[in-house]
Design a protein around this ligand. Structure first.
Ligand code: ARG
Length: 463
C-alpha cells in the first residue's frame, strides 16, 4: 500500500495523520459496492442536472460533469477503471476519477449532497432493477408451471397429508398450488417496489441542505415516484432492504418445499418423475447414481437467504437516527440475496417445464392407501346416512381391506352391502380414481374441468 497522508482523502482536510493501513482496508467497501456503479453514476447525472436547473451549478460545469460521467461509465464497463481501496467506496472512487478527468467542475458535483443520501439512492435504484428482474423470472417460472399443469391436467397422483396418501388429485392441480405460492410472492415483490421507489437524494447528510435544491426535479429524472418526506428517515431507513430480503426468503422457502417434493419424487421409492439429465449430476464412486442436485441446492440456499434476512434485522436493531456506518453492512447480504434469488428462479424456470412424469407409477400410488375412502363415506351420506355413521362403516371396510390386502374397489358388491345395504353398483364409479377427482368439481377443486378453468384464470392474472 502506498504512503498516504490524511490530506489525500476526499475528506482529509481535518485530519493530521494518515489512516492506519489496516483500518483503511477494514472500513473500505469498494470491493463489493462497486456493483452499484451504474446507479451511482445515474444518481450523479440527475443531481448535476438538478443543480444546473436550480442555478446552483453553471451549465458549462454540468456539461463537463455529464461528459466525465459518461467516460467513467465506459471505463468501468471496459474494465479499464482502477478501483482503489484508498478511495474507500464506489462513491469516492467515481468522484475522485471525475475530478482527475475534468478538473474543477468535478469538485462541484458533491454540492448539496452527501454519501449518506447518495448510497441510499444508489441502493434503491439498484433494488428497483433487481425486483423487476425477479418478477420477470417469476413470470417465466409461473408460465412454465401453467404449461405443465395444462399438459397434465388429467394425470392422477396421490395427494398427501402427513406424507401419507390422502386423496387422489390431478398433477395439474398440484402444479397450480405452487403457482399460487409464487403469485403471492410476485405480489409481495411488486408491493415492496412501491416503497423502494422513493428518493432519498437531497436529504444530504441528515438534515437537508442550505442550497435551493429541487428534489421533485431529480426524482422525476430518476423515475422515483416521490422524494422521501423526511431527511433523517431518508438516510437511515433500510426497511426496504429488509422487506425485499423477507420477500426473497419466502420465495426461497416456497422453492425449497417444491424442491423437497422433486427430490422425493425422483427417488426410487416414489419414482414419480424423471429429472432431465442436464439438471442432475452423477457420483464419483457409485456409477448408477443420478442426483437431483438443482433442487437439493435450491433447498440448501433457502437457509442462506433466511440467514441474510436475520442479519439485516439485527443490523438495524439498536441504531439511533440518522446514518451510521453499520449500514455499510447491508450490502453483502442484500447482494447475495439478489444473486441467490435470481439464480434459483432461473434454475427452476428452466427445469419445471422439462419435468418428465411417470404417470403409471403415480396412478398406482394414488390407487394404494385407500385414497377413495372419503368418496365412499360421501356416497353413503348421499344415500341417506349421517356422516359419522358413514365414517365408521368405511373405517370397517378399510380394516377388512388391510387384513385381506385389497383396495376398496377390489371388494365385491355383496361384501360391501354387508357393511351398508344402501350400497349399489354405482359405488364402483365413486371408488375409481377418475370418479374421485371428477367429483371435486367446484371452484378451487381438483377436477380436471376445474383445473382447466383455473389455468385460464391464472393466465389472465399473470397478464
Ligand atoms: N460506504 C458507505 C455505506 O455503504 C457510504 C456512506 C458512507 N457515509 C459516511 N458518512 N461514511 O454506507
Amino acid at each position: 500500500m502506498t504512503e498516504n497522508t490524511g490530506n489525500e482523502k476526499l475528506w482529509g482536510g481535518r485530519f493530521t495523520e494518515s489512516t492506519d493501513a489496516f483500518v483503511e482496508a477494514f472500513t473500505a467497501s469498494v470491493n463489493f459496492d462497486q456493483r452499484l456503479y451504474r446507479y451511482d453514476i445515474e444518481g450523479s447525472r440527475a443531481h448535476a442536472r438538478m443543480l444546473a436547473h436550480t442555478g446552483i451549478l453553471a451549465d458549462t460545469d454540468r456539461d463537463a460533469i455529464l461528459d466525465g460521467l459518461d467516460l467513467i461509465e465506459r471505463e468501468i464497463e471496459a474494465g479499464d477503471f482502477e478501483w482503489s481501496v484508498q478511495r474507500e467506496d464506489v462513491h469516492m472512487n467515481i468522484e475522485a476519477r471525475l475530478t482527475a478527468l475534468i478538473g474543477e467542475a468535478g469538485k462541484k458535483l458533491h454540492t448539496g449532497r452527501s454519501r449518506n443520501d447518495q448510497v441510499a439512492t444508489d441502493l434503491r435504484l439498484y433494488l428497483r432493477d433487481c425486483i423487476d428482474a425477479a418478477v420477470s423470472e417469476l413470470n417465466r417460472l409461473q408460465t412454465g408451471l401453467l404449461e405443465l399443469a395444462e399438459r397434465e391436467a388429467d394425470t392422477l397422483m396421490p395427494g398427501f397429508t402427513h406424507l401419507q396418501v390422502a386423496m387422489p388429485v390431478t398433477f395439474g392441480h398440484h402444479m397450480l398450488a405452487w403457482f399460487e405460492n409464487l403469485q403471492r410472492d410476485r405480489e409481495r415483490l411488486l408491493d415492496c417496489r412501491r416503497r423502494v421507489n422513493i428518493m432519498p437524494l437531497g436529504a444530504a447528510a441528515l438534515a437537508g441542505t442550505s442550497f435551493p435544491i429541487d428534489r421533485h426535479f431529480s426524482a422525476r429524472l430518476l423515475g422515483f415516484d416521490v422524494p422521501a418526506e423526511n431527511s433523517l428517515d431518508a438516510v437511515s431507513d433500510r426497511d426496504f432492504v429488509i422487506e425485499f430480503c423477507s420477500d426473497a426468503a419466502l420465495v426461497l422457502i416456497h422453492l425449497s418445499r417444491f424442491s423437497e417434493e422433486l427430490v422425493l419424487w425422483a427417488s426410487a421409492q416414489f419414482d414419480f418423475i424423471d429429472l432431465p439429465d442436464r439438471f442432475c449430476t452423477g457420483s464419483s464412486i457409485m456409477p448408477q447414481k443420478k442426483n437431483p442436485d438443482v433442487p437439493e441446492l435450491v433447498r440448501g440456499k433457502a437457509g442462506r437467504v433466511t440467514g441474510h434476512l436475520v442479519s439485516l434485522l439485527m443490523l438495524m436493531k439498536g441504531q439511533p437516527l440518522a446514518y451510521n456506518k453499520d449500514n455499510q453492512e447491508d450490502k453483502e447480504p442484500l447482494f447475495d440475496t439478489v444473486d441467490t434469488l435470481l439464480g434459483c428462479l432461473r434454475a427452476f424456470a428452466d427445469m419445471a417445464p422439462a419435468l418428465q412424469l411417470k404417470s403409471d407409477n403415480m396412478r398406482r400410488a394414488a390407487a394404494s392407501g385407500y385414497s377413495t375412502a372419503t368418496d365412499l363415506a360421501d356416497y353413503l351420506v348421499r344415500k341417506g346416512l349421517a356422516f359419522r355413521d358413514a365414517h365408521e362403516i368405511v373405517g370397517n371396510a378399510v380394516r377388512i381391506g388391510i387384513d385381506s390386502n385389497r383396495d376398496l374397489s377390489e371388494m365385491g358388491l355383496e361384501e360391501l352391502q354387508q357393511l351398508a345395504p344402501v350400497i349399489d353398483t354405482d359405488v364402483f364409479e365413486v371408488l375409481s380414481l377418475e370418479g374421485s377427482v371428477a367429483a371435486r368439481d367446484h371452484f378451487g377443486g381438483t377436477a380436471p374441468r376445474q383445473v382447466r378453468k383455473a389455468i385460464s384464470r391464472a393466465r389472465e392474472r399473470l397478464g
